[in-house]
Write a protein that binds this ligand. Sequence first.
Ligand SMILES: *Cc1c(COP(=O)(O)O)cnc(C)c1O
Length: 414
Amino acid sequence: MNVVRYDTRAVLSGLPDDPYGAVGLPIYATAAFAFSSLEEGARRFATGEGYTYSRAQNPTNQALEERLAALEGAADAAVFASGQAATLSAVIALAQSGDEVIAATGLFGQTTGLFNHVLGLMGINVHYVPAERDAVAEVLSDRTRAIFVETLSNPDLSIPDFEGIAALAEAHGIAFIVDNTFGAVGALARPLTLGAHVVVESLTKWASGHGSVLGGTVLARRTDLWQRYAPYTTPDAEGKTLWSTFGPQAYMARVRQLGLSLMGMTLSPFHAYLIFQGLETLPLRVERASRTAMELATFLQGHPKVLKVRCPALPQDPSHERAKRYFRAFGTLLTIEVEEGSEGAARVLDKCRLLQAPNVGDVRTLVVHPWTTTHGRLSEPARLKAGVKPGLIRISVGLEDPEDLKAWLGECLA
Ligand SMILES: *Cc1c(COP(=O)(O)O)cnc(C)c1O
């Protein structure tokens, strides 16, 4: 399926063979799977092939995994109950107590929380630096197990030096992990083709597309890198290692074992179905909303009440060149800064006909005031460092008619 083009993969990949010829994806609403014999049960448990129990694997979830892998250009994928669950599983499959992770400053707030609080409990230390090659190189040590960045930081809208960091990671034999939530499952960016070893993402956003369910995924390409990590080469009681059993697929085997089999952060097959269906319109949604975002950015840039507009589509935007290099479109997000800080933002948003909600990638345009909501728990200096100012408003553009959006934004800015 990988040979066909992206938009074709979005609608055809992952569909299982169905005994009734179902054209849509069947939902396997079952906790367990029956074996034809004792021997068959023993074989499934020993090899991990075939289905046993839905905490570990389910045919509906597997169809979604195949579709996601086809869209991101990954060899293997696993799906989870949320983006948070995927991020945690991806990192703890590589790092243990005493290890270090290098992460980009300005990460999604709950990712920073997860790293500081949960990885902290496990004795894993995270260093935060800008997502630039030299800044990462400065804090590399022989304990670094992963470099973690986001495709497009939020709400700062900066794009990392993918190629520089990938080259550094390769040279030092360290895993390069990209949170590609804002890359929209490859409709905007495909970090695995830019040198990342692992991609994590929230499927709650553009993948589902309708703001109706939560989900997450870990995707990986196959690489010999895992041989360099202790958990993959430490023999078990029978003298076998993850590397000797699974080879280049060892990483995803461990991600599944930790995150799904042991921790049970499993996606419901009903939600897998909705996300699978959401992916079918993903390329169209991203293309249309990106065009509208560009139109709105241009409109707002000329507005007397707007101090500043950020959108990678604008030629003078600091992210424009990297977006041109790495993205298929400029994306569906923009931010504006209005006068008089939080009070000014309240005057605009409280009059606004657009929905105020902390989500992105929805079919509906959503606006939010990051200073008091998504980033409200950070200290004031930390917010400013992440590019969050009191007068900043984030707009996640949906599928409404651009003329209506311009009229509504014009109304609330007046
Ligand atoms: C939303 C989001 C997450 C977390 O995903 P959930 O599905 O909400 O758990 C992680 N990273 C980024 C960039 C996000 O936007």
